[in-house]
Design a protein around this ligand. Structure first.
Ligand code: EPZ
Length: 420
C-alpha cells in the first residue's frame, strides 16, 4: 500500500490549481441517469471516488467516456439496462446511494445495497427513504438491500427535513425533477454542491426554484435532455491548502478558489491570523504573524464545514493559546486526534468538543487515519512537524485529493509518495 513521506518545516510558496469538487461531481454524475442523452461534465477530478461512481454507472448500462486527454471531462449517457447497485460497489463508497432517486424516477424501480456505517459515524439513510416514500415509493429492506418500486411513477410531495442532509436533498431533488407535479423540499441542505447540481439539472430541462436556499420547489417534467456542465471548484481542497499556507508560514495562490463558498472557514482563519484576499483568478493566502487559537463549530452550510474540521484542528495545534473545536454533524469525527497527539499535539476530547492547547512544535511520526479528511490533516501536520512523518493508508487521500503530493511538492514541500 502506498505511503506518503514528508519532512516538515518548509514554508510553501507558489500556486496550486484547485480541482473540481469531488462532492459536486458525484451527484452530478448520477444525474446522467436522468436522461438517455449525453451529459458532458468538465472539471471532474480524477479520484478513486469518481472512478468508483463511473463503474457503478456502467453497471447500470450507462456509458462513461472520457473526452479529450486529461480525463477531467466525462461524457455520460445511454439507456439504463440494470437497476441494481450491488454491495461490492456501494460498500466502497456511500455516495452510491445517490443512484436511488434517479433510478426510481426513470425506471420506477431500483435495488440498491444499503450503505453500512462508516469510520466517521453511523450515517443512516432514513431521510432519503422517507422522502421517497412520501413521493409514493414502496420501499422494503431485504437482505441488506433497499428494494424500491413506484409502479405509478413518483408523485410530487412536500418534504420537510428534520435536519439538513446533503445526500437526501440531492437524491430527492433528482427524483423530483421527473415526478408528477410539484415537490417542495423544506429545510433542505444548501451546500454549494447542491446549487451546482441544481444548475446542471436546470440546464437539462428541470424546473427548480429557490436554488441556493433551504426551500427548493421542483415542478416535475416528463423528460430531461443532455447538457454540458462545468463542476465547481473544490471548496474543501481550497480550505485545506489555505491551512497549508498558514501552518507553514508561507504564501499560496489558490487558482480557482472561491471565497463565497468558504465564508465561515475564511472568517475563522482570518481571526486566527491568516490573511486571505481575492485575486482575479482565485485566492491568495498567507500567514500574518503568529497564529492564535479561535473556536470553531461545525454546522451545515453556510456554517463551518465538518469536512474542514480535522485540517483546522492541526492549525490550532500549533497556534498560541487554546481553542475549542466542536463537531456537530458526525458523532465519530475525531479519529485524527490520537494521531495528532502522537505527533506532540495537546488535544483533549470531551464529547462533541475538542480542547486544543497550542504547542510550540509537532514532531514527525508514522501515522494513519481512517477517513479522507483526517488523512489530509496528518499531511498538514507533517508539513509543519520537525523530522519525518510517514502517512499510511494513502488510499483515503486518493479518494478525495487529486495529486496532493505533486501539488504540495511544486510549492516547496519535501513530500513524496512511496509506492507500497
Ligand atoms: C455529505 O455526506 C458529504 N459527502 C460528506 O463529505 C460531508 O461530510 C457531509 O455531506 C456533511 O457536509 C458527499 O457529498 C458525497 P449528510 P452526506 O446527509 O450527504 C445525518 C467527505 O469527506 N443523516 O448531510 O452523507 C447524518 O448521519 C464526506 O467528502 C441522517 O440522520 O451527509 C449526519 O449526521 C464525508 N439520516 C447528518 O445527517 C439520513 O438519511 C448530515 O449528513 C441522512 C443523514
Amino acid at each position: 500500500m502506498d505511503r506518503i513521506r514528508i519532512r516538515g518545516g518548509r514554508p510553501l510558496h507558489g500556486e496550486i490549481s484547485i480541482s473540481g469538487a469531488k462532492n459536486a461531481s458525484l451527484p452530478l454524475m448520477t444525474a446522467g441517469l436522468l436522461t438517455d442523452e449525453r451529459l458532458v461534465l468538465s472539471r471532474v477530478p480524477v479520484l478513486a471516488d469518481t472512478q468508483t461512481l463511473g463503474l457503478l454507472l456502467e453497471q447500470h448500462g450507462i456509458a462513461v467516456e472520457p473526452v479529450g486527454q486529461d480525463g477531467h471531462t466525462l461524457s455520460i449517457g445511454g439507456p439504463i439496462t440494470n437497476t441494481e447497485a450491488p454491495y461490492d460497489i456501494v460498500r466502497k463508497m456511500r455516495a452510491s446511494i445517490l443512484v436511488l432517486g434517479p433510478l426510481l424516477a426513470r425506471t420506477c424501480e431500483a435495488r440498491v445495497s444499503l450503505p453500512g456505517g462508516c469510520a466517521i459515524g453511523t450515517r443512516p439513510v432514513d431521510l432519503h427513504l422517507k422522502g421517497l416514500e412520501q413521493m409514493g415509493a414502496v420501499i422494503a429492506l431485504e437482505g441488506g438491500y433497499i428494494n424500491a418500486k413506484a409502479p405509478s411513477g413518483l408523485q410530487g410531495a412536500t418534504i420537510v427535513f428534520p435536519m439538513p442532509s446533503v445526500g437526501a436533498t440531492e437524491n430527492l431533488l433528482m427524483a423530483a425533477t421527473l415526478a408528477n407535479g410539484r415537490t417542495v423540499l423544506a429545510n433542505a441542505a444548501r451546500e454549494p454542491e447542491i446549487t451546482d447540481l441544481c444548475d446542471c439539472l436546470v440546464a437539462m430541462g428541470a424546473q427548480i426554484s429557490g436554488i441556493g436556499t433551504d426551500r427548493l420547489t421542483i415542478d416535475g417534467v416528463s423528460s430531461l435532455h443532455g447538457a454540458a456542465h462545468q463542476v465547481i471548484g473544490d471548496r474543501i481542497e481550497t480550505g485545506t491548502y489555505a491551512c497549508a499556507a498558514a501552518i507553514t508560514g508561507g504564501e499560496l495562490h489558490l487558482q480557482g478558489g472561491r471565497m463565497d463558498h468558504l465564508g465561515a472557514v475564511m472568517r475563522t482563519l482570518s481571526e486566527a491570523g491568516v490573511e486571505i484576499s481575492e485575486t482575479a483568478t482565485g485566492l491568495s493566502v498567507k500567514r500574518l504573524n503568529g497564529l492564535h487559537g479561535v473556536d470553531a463549530i461545525t454546522e451545515p452550510y453556510p456554517g463551518f464545514p465538518t469536512d474542514m474540521q480535522a485540517q483546522y484542528m492541526v492549525l490550532m495545534s500549533v497556534a498560541q493559546g487554546a481553542s475549542m473545536v466542536t463537531e456537530t454533524i458526525f458523532e465519530n469525527r475525531f479519529m485524527h486526534v490520537p494521531e495528532l497527539n502522537r505527533m506532540g499535539a495537546n488535544i483533549n476530547v470531551h464529547g462533541k468538543s475538542a480542547i486544543v492547547r497550542g504547542v510550540p512544535y509537532l514532531s514527525g511520526a508514522p501515522v494513519m487515519a481512517t477517513d479522507l479528511r483526517a488523512s489530509v490533516s496528518l499531511v498538514l501536520a507533517g508539513l509543519v512537524a520537525r523530522g519525518e512523518t510517514i502517512v499510511n493508508r494513502v488510499y483515503h487521500l486518493d479518494r478525495g485529493f487529486e495529486h496532493v503530493e505533486r501539488k504540495l511538492a511544486a510549492c516547496g514541500a519535501d513530500i513524496e509518495r512511496i509506492p507500497g
